[in-house]
Design a protein around this ligand. Structure first.
Ligand SMILES: Cc1ncc(COP(=O)(O)O)c(C=O)c1O
Length: 440
């Protein structure tokens, strides 16, 4: 056969044929495997049973499309971002000859930025050395890292009711039992707090005492002090979440951070962020607190993301150095106060028994209660139809949700848009008034 070229060609073609068949066959197998995968049931961890999509994020997805004026998100105004200063800060970052900003960095954060944060905290009376500062990817990550290192399933956290939705999301994902404490305009009710501390032995009290989200309220100094005293007495850790503290409308007033009262740095974790005063996209937050907890959180961060974005940290370091951030924050406060007052005057113009709110002294939100017959979650689709959005209050509650509440953001829209958005919202609310059950 080897002497016969035709025989050789025949064998050659035969082998080629086998390869083509095999290829086609394997191609078919791949297709079959892929379609089997599509039907695959994944064995998720038990803890995902408690994970829920955030109502606010889901609403934002809808309202960011089209001509809807949104009072929904906790968003700063893009037109007030310090874009020129940020360009310069990034330019300086890229011009450095060592390219270090593009390298892996330390888990705890960029050392010169940690120094600046330690100084910034000192101005608030929180005296913590820079090696106590952990830079995080937003203060949201600080909440998550804290929960990761502190909680076992079934552990108890005390919070206000309502409270920050995404903190609840974190706690629930670690299978924590969140228990609400009674509170009023000045903060948590000390009696209820102490009773729950004694009875439930919580691991932590989570609070947003300065311009809370969603309530927009400020705790009195006495309640801050009492919370710390009770935490010391019952050996409970306080998590003080302070993203809005700098957005303050009356610069004369002083809102003492609870962390500043904790002189020995034993009981209070304090987190804040550049999201509301510079830009959220930098994803830069920080946390300070008892050294052992911060060290453990840094270890958890190693496993989570190794470190926060180095480029952003170095650029932020330049921005803080070269740019008058305090003056910028004053500009923001002035603009946001004006918008808050516009929204307030429009809320005041609604004639409706049962509509109440407290004028915010800072932060980004009005928390509005409507008459009990108004169910704000059902009102939302009608409002979106009319071109305005808000967040219904119910998802912010741990329990006993007041369905007639809503959160309105006043920082993202300019005054003209606030006027138009409120006109639309008031129309929708008034329609409810007309359909309301008549009082006898
Ligand atoms: C109370 C509270 N904590 C934390 C965060 C998270 O902020 P960051 O953008 O720094 O992750 C927010 C954001 O809106 C907030 O309102």
């Amino acid at each position: 056969m080897y002497d016969n070229p035709c025989g050789f060609l025949f064998i050659y073609l035969y082998i080629v044929r086998i390869f083509i068949d095999l290829y086609c066959c394997s191609f078919d197998l791949v297709t079959i495997y892929e379609s089997w995968c599509r039907k695959m049931k994944y064995g998720f961890a038990q803890r995902v049973r408690f994970m829920q999509s955030s109502a606010v994020r889901d609403i934002l997805k809808v309202v960011n499309k089209g001509d809807v004026i949104s009072f929904a998100g906790g968003l700063p105004d893009e037109d007030l971002f310090p874009v020129a200063a940020m360009k310069q800060a990034f330019q300086k970052t890229f011009e450095a000859s060592d390219n270090k900003a593009m390298q892996y960095g330390e888990t705890e954060g960029y050392a010169p930025l940690r120094e600046q944060l330690s100084e910034k905290l000192q101005k608030k009376g929180i005296h913590r050395p820079s090696d106590n500062v952990l830079v995080t990817s937003g203060s949201q990550q600080a909440i998550d890292l804290f929960a990761r290192v502190m909680f076992n399933p079934g552990d108890i956290v005390l919070t206000e009711n309502p409270t920050y939705l995404a903190a609840l999301q974190v706690f629930e994902s670690y299978e924590v039992r969140v228990v609400p404490v009674l509170s009023d305009d000045n903060g948590m009710d000390p009696e209820d707090l102490e009773q729950k501390m004694k009875k439930l032995k919580p691991k932590c009290v989570y609070v947003v005492p300065t311009f809370s989200n969603p309530g927009g309220k400020v705790w009195s100094f006495e309640r801050r002090k009492l919370l710390l005293e009770l935490a010391q007495k019952h050996q409970v850790v306080i998590f003080e979440d302070d993203p809005y503290g700098d957005i303050q409308f009356n610069s004369e007033e002083v809102y003492t951070p609870i962390a500043s009262l904790d002189k020995e740095n034993k009981y209070v974790l304090y987190t804040s962020t550049f999201s509301k005063t510079v830009v959220p996209a930098m994803r830069l937050g920080w946390i300070v607190g008892p050294h052992q907890i911060i060290r453990m959180m840094a270890q958890a961060k190693q496993a989570t993301d190794l470190h926060t974005n180095s480029l952003a940290q170095v650029a932020m370091h330049h921005l803080v150095n070269d740019f008058d951030l305090d003056a910028h924050v004053s500009t923001l406060c002035k603009a946001y106060k004006e918008r808050m007052l516009v929204m307030k005057s429009l809320l005041d113009s609604v004639e409706m028994d049962g509509l109440t709110y407290v004028e915010p002294k800072g932060g980004m939100f009005f928390w509005v209660s409507l008459p009990s017959y108004v169910h704000t979650a059902s009102l939302l689709p009608e409002a979106v139809e009319q071109g305005v959005a808000f967040v219904p209050g119910a998802p912010f509650y741990v329990s006993n949700a007041e369905e007639n509440t809503m959160r309105l953001n006043f920082t993202h829209s300019k005054p003209e848009l606030i006027h138009e958005g409120m006109r639309r919202l008031v129309n929708v609310i008034n329609e409810k008034k007309e359909a309301a059950p008549q009082q006898v």
